[in-house]
Design a protein around this ligand. Structure first.
Ligand SMILES: Cc1cc2nc3c(=O)[nH]c(=O)nc-3n(C[C@H](O)[C@H](O)[C@H](O)COP(=O)(O)OP(=O)(O)OC[C@H]3O[C@@H](n4cnc5c(N)ncnc54)[C@H](O)[C@@H]3O)c2cc1C
Length: 805
């Protein structure tokens, strides 16, 4: 009998592990029965009970008619009570976009071969040419310090941006734009951001949510004809006004209003909108010529239909329209891109011309915005963050080699090595996320959850990287001036954190909330079935869900107990173990998430500390996938191997911490205890990247020129004569060539051939004693001069200082 029980258990586990719930129950029941028939049993009653239970479970999971009438019929009403209550705007926000690799991660059984086989299309020839041509030229012409002082881009830069169609990157060529892929668009913004955040934001905004994108997807033929060419050529500067004093994160609460009315204009009766609004924080507003506006449309006189409140609608309003208050500027952390409030008082526009998409799209504004953001969040702010991160890597890698204290380049101190590794590792991870996500967008996906992950976690990555970089550069990072590009990146960090959905809200509510409903294989189906009182659909969904939970529970447990070794992983990958660990955590995440939903029901929506941690787990599962994919797609160099391991290790650790955080705080303690036993049977064993691995990563960006260049390939490198990064790069060259000569001198001091002496006095002694040659002596002097230049900071005449920004 025990053999039969064992066989039943193994069969059940093996089939459940592969995701076959029904077969698992059937096979286990059959094995027990067979054992009984062949070998007899010692405890027939117990045996019979087990067999009956198994067969009942198999029958329930495999015979829909039975389970529908015996179970689902009674469960459905109870289920309706625990489902989260969703408002119309929430529902629209949740429904926006598509589900991609996030669905695999949520399902608990990611297919790595599918991910690795996915092809991220490279830049096309004309995109690469633009990057090497117009973008390089723009960066060359930009002097960000000057931009700060004049509080605007110079007119010739504005002109260049318009002429080269930087404002029309997303507009297809047939409408006069550049028609770029998401990857090209992102890389353009990244490179500009590494030079000037002001210029990057200026280019970024017309290419993200706003008139251009809305017209492309929803505009009428006449509207496209009227505006797209002008927008692409920069003849119109667009802005998009959603946020107001009353409507920030809760943008749907806008009190901006458009009332349908008829007026006589130039002797003819016009059906139009009387608009009143008060918007703030609007990027490009002070110079915008075409305002995209979100407002609530009302039709009190029923001129266009029976319903008075038609909901959020988007319209285009030309700047010259009477009643618009525009031109004032906010000062966003001193970063001088155009940003300001706009008001409208009884602004009248013809309805059919103004409403984007015409009458058919009245009331559809919220859906339009959410759908556009689903894609857009993956591009703009992640690109800006990567620009800042790559710049920080480039600067710190050089500075920590060039800057010496205690007679040693500061990069050799372990204390500096630690943040350096974080800077390099996070830069690798963030760029990996950009590459894969843009690849998905270019393949036609609009992965909303992934977009939110990229927005929140990449801007947060930027915050960490810039903070570390400031600490490494210390005093020289704090003294503002043309030499100090980092301080300007620092100014931009809170902007990235706040715009397009502030990070706290995005992390604690949106990522997991949207993920739970959209990416989960069954939750959306359950909600829809309950909403439509469709018992058959509910039955399929709920039993699919139960099956999923049961099989993933078995899978998570077996993977945890086997140290993830039972998980399938790409055979040829030298990061095979990371794939396996991620499979384990994907299954663990699936059951923790289901338990949280099952035990907290609709109230999970308010438990943002829990949903924030679940968001962390999902986000780091995704980010780690991006890292493994990047490593797979790029040359398998030693530095890439170290960077990929560092980043993947960090992700595993953060997933573990997030899941443990959920288990520690799940209200139903016995459920938490059972889960802990299943997914962390031997405790929390993942650690952050080791000191040794961190040292390897840091050494590479200090000493391996190619590794540092590859990691920061989007950065614009200014000419050697320019203070800041240009001079730093030149100094690094010289410093690297001087290293062996300095080592010679140090060795001589150690051997007692030379007396100890500071700086150039030691060079003199070395030359006199014949330890170094004249040529070596000259090279040391050159390197010292170059170092002096890059460790110098700016100082200003008091009169000049009084007028500095
Ligand atoms: C420089 C800049 C440029 C901008 N450009 C534009 C633009 O071009 N067009 C436009 O329309 N808007 C623009 N915005 C507005 C931007 O999108 C909003 O600032 C943002 O959505 C947050 O709104 P808020 O600042 O009013 O913060 P609030 O909504 O007041 O939020 C305050 C805090 O509460 C958190 N929070 C809110 N609700 C929740 C919740 N349910 N759970 C947990 N936390 C929550 C937020 O995360 C935030 O941390 C811009 C803003 C800035 C700063």
């Amino acid at each position: 009998m025990w053999i039969a029980a064992l066989v039943a258990l193994v069969l059940f586990a093996a089939l459940a592990f592969r995701g076959f719930g029904f077969l698992a129950w059937v096979a286990a029941g059959a094995a027990l029965l067979l054992g009984w028939r062949i070998g007899g049993v010692a405890h027939p009653a117990l045996f019979l009970a087990c067999t009956v239970v198994l067969i009942a479970l198999a029958a329930l999971s495999g015979v829909p008619l039975l389970r529908r009438n015996l179970v689902s019929r009674f469960v459905m009403p109870a289920f309706a009570n625990v489902l989260p209550r969703l408002g119309a705007t929430e529902r629209i926000a949740l429904e926006a976009g598509s589900v991609w690799w996030d669905g695999d991660l949520f399902g608990g059984m990611p297919d790595w071969n599918k991910l690795l086989a996915f092809r991220v299309p490279p830049l096309r020839a004309h995109e690469q040419a633009f990057l090497d041509g117009a973008v390089e030229e723009l960066c060359r012409r930009l002097d960000d310090w000057e931009v700060y002082q004049r509080r605007d881009l110079p007119p010739e830069i504005w002109e260049f941006i318009r002429r080269e169609r930087f404002l029309g990157m997303i507009i297809p060529e047939e409408h006069g734009g550049l028609g770029f892929s998401a990857l090209a668009h992102s890389r353009v913004v990244t490179r500009i951001a590494s030079r000037s955040v002001t210029a990057a934001v200026t280019v970024m905004v017309p290419n993200s949510l706003g008139p251009g994108e809305l017209l492309l997807h929803y505009g009428t033929a006449a509207q496209k004809q009227a505006w797209l060419g002008r927008l692409a050529r920069g003849e119109e500067i667009p802005c998009f006004a959603l946020t107001g004093p009353e409507a920030g994160s809760d943008a749907a609460a806008t009190q901006s209003e458009g009332v349908v009315e008829k007026r006589v204009v130039d002797g003819a009766e016009v059906l139009g909108l009387r608009l009143n609004w008060n918007k703030r924080y609007i990027t490009l507003a002070p110079v915008a010529t075409l305002i995209g506006l979100a407002f609530r449309l009302r039709d009190p006189d029923h001129l266009i239909g029976d319903v008075e409140d038609r909901g959020i609608t988007c319209a285009l309003v030309p700047r010259a329209t009477p009643g618009i208050g525009i031109g004032l500027r906010h000062d966003p952390m001193g970063v001088p891109f155009m940003n300001g409030p706009i008001t409208g008082t009884d602004v009248f526009v013809p309805l059919d011309e103004a409403v984007i998409g015409g009458r058919a799209q009245i009331g559809n504004g919220w859906r339009m915005l959410m759908e556009s953001l689903a894609a857009g969040r993956s591009i703009s702010l992640p690109a800006l963050s990567i620009g800042a991160a790559q710049l920080a890597t480039r600067i710190c890698g050089a500075y920590a080699t060039v800057r010496e204290q205690f007679d040693t380049p500061i990069g050799r101190f372990e204390g500096i090595e630690e943040p350096l590794a974080r800077i390099a590792g996070l830069t690798y991870l963030m760029t990996a996320a950009r590459n894969l996500t843009c690849g998905a967008l270019d393949a036609g996906e609009k992965p909303a959850v992934i977009g939110n992950i990229c927005k929140a976690y990449l801007t947060d990555g930027m915050r960490q990287v810039i903070t570390d970089a400031m600490d490494i550069r210390a005093g020289s990072a704090i003294q503002r001036g043309p030499r100090n590009a980092l301080a300007r990146a620092w100014d931009a960090v809170p902007i990235g954190i706040t715009v397009e959905g502030a990070n706290i809200l995005t992390r604690s509510m949106i990522v997991y909330g949207q993920g739970a409903i959209r990416c989960h294989p069954f939750v959306q189906k359950e909600i829809d079935a309950v909403a439509h009182a469709d018992l058959a659909a509910f039955d399929r969904a709920i039993f699919g869900h139960i099956n999923l939970f049961a099989t993933r529970a078995v899978r998570a447990k077996l993977l945890a107990w086997s140290g993830s070794r039972l998980a399938g992983a790409p055979e040829d990958s030298d990061l095979r173990r990371f794939h396996q660990h991620l499979s384990r955590f994907s299954a663990a995440f699936a059951i923790v998430s289901d338990t949280a939903m099952g035990t907290l029901g609709g109230s999970l929506k308010r438990r943002e500390k829990l949903s924030g941690r679940l968001a962390d787990a999902l986000a780091y599962l995704y980010l780690a996938s991006c890292v493994l994919k990047r490593y797979h797609d790029e040359p398998k160099t030693r530095p890439n191997h170290a960077l990929a391991r560092w980043s993947a290790q960090l992700c595993l650790y953060r997933i573990q911490e997030a899941l443990i955080g959920v288990l520690d705080n799940l209200p139903l303690r016995w459920a938490a205890a059972l889960l802990r036993l299943a997914i962390f049977p031997l405790g929390a064993r993942f650690r952050p990247p080791s000191d040794r691995l961190g040292a390897e990563v840091a050494r590479d960006i200090l000493e391996d020129r190619e590794a540092r260049t590859t990691l920061t390939r989007d950065v614009f490198v200014p000419p050697a004569g320019e203070p800041g990064l240009g001079a730093l790069e030149a100094a690094l060259d010289k410093a690297v060539r001087a290293i062996p000569i300095e080592t010679k001198l140090r060795d001589a001091v150690r051997a007692g051939t030379l007396d100890r002496a500071p700086g150039h006095m030691l060079d003199d002694l070395g030359l006199a004693a014949g330890v170094i040659s004249r040529a070596e002596y000259d090279l040391l002097n050159e390197a010292r001069d170059a170092r002096d230049e890059v460790i110098a900071v700016d100082a200003f005449d008091p009169e000049v200082f009084r007028h500095l920004h």
